[in-house]
Design a protein around this ligand. Structure first.
Ligand code: CA
Length: 228
């Protein structure tokens, strides 16, 4: 049975979520503070985490960052403000999706279901090591370097980059990028793909400000090409 962490300090809301999650056939563990989540995640290996942002002791942003240091568990961040979402994406937390309060619990569970239904874990090492003149990708360690300088990429950013670099000058649309981002084929919004791409381009620019390695192809998706 899949285990869902519900991290929510409003007791009523947590109760409702727990009820819906259990009714959908999942196991639920409820937490009302942020500082216990890392240990709990290590101990119970949840299949998905619903993570409120405003939490006592440690906020959801910090919890998300710490989780991402060792885990690719799907994380859905929950925020009280829709305007917060762009800022959160900009923070490069590595969260998979964002939900805005107030939400309908039914909608939350639908999102959880869609993600978990497609969970078929595959080996990340299926990616090939790729080395072009400037860029070196080490798939075993999810590490990439450009011009000998290591890029600090999240696992998802690494997968996007590997997908774009893979077939020479191919244009990948957002759907196929999503396929590469997640081994479990979970559904994410186009906006999530775009924000990962934006972060990736920013990181490449730090090393080589003059080059545009990832180019948007209008109406299609993205293409990788190295400056000649
Ligand atoms: Ca809260």
């Amino acid at each position: 049975m899949n285990t869902i962490f519900i991290v929510e300090d409003e007791p009523k809301l947590a109760q409702v979520l727990e009820k819906y999650v259990r009714a959908a056939g999942y196991d639920a563990m409820v937490f009302d503070r942020g500082d216990v989540i890392i240990d709990a995640a290590r101990e119970h290996s949840p299949d998905l985490i619903l993570l409120d942002i405003m939490l006592p002791n440690k906020d959801g942003i910090e919890v998300c960052k710490e989780l991402r240091a060792f885990s690719e568990v799907p994380i859905i961040m929950v925020t009280a403000k829709v305007e917060e979402i762009d800022r959160l994406i900009g923070l490069e937390l590595g969260a998979d999706d964002y939900i805005c309060k107030p939400f309908s619990p039914r909608e939350v569970v639908a999102r959880v279901k869609a993600i978990l239904k497609r969970t078929t874990r595959t080996e990340p090492n299926a990616l090939q090591d790729i080395s072009s003149s400037d860029l070196v990708l080490d798939s075993a360690n999810f590490q990439a370097s450009l011009n000998g300088i290591e890029l600090d990429l999240t696992p998802i950013e690494f997968k996007i980059l590997a997908a774009l670099v893979g077939p020479p000058s191919a244009v990948l649309n957002r759907d196929s990028l999503m396929e590469h981002m997640y081994s479990d084929h979970r559904a994410v919004s186009d906006r999530t793909v775009d924000s990962h791409i934006a972060n990736l381009r920013k990181k490449l620019k730090v090393v080589n400000p003059d080059a545009e390695f990832i180019q948007p192809v209008y109406g299609v998706g993205y293409r990788y090409s190295e400056p000649s």
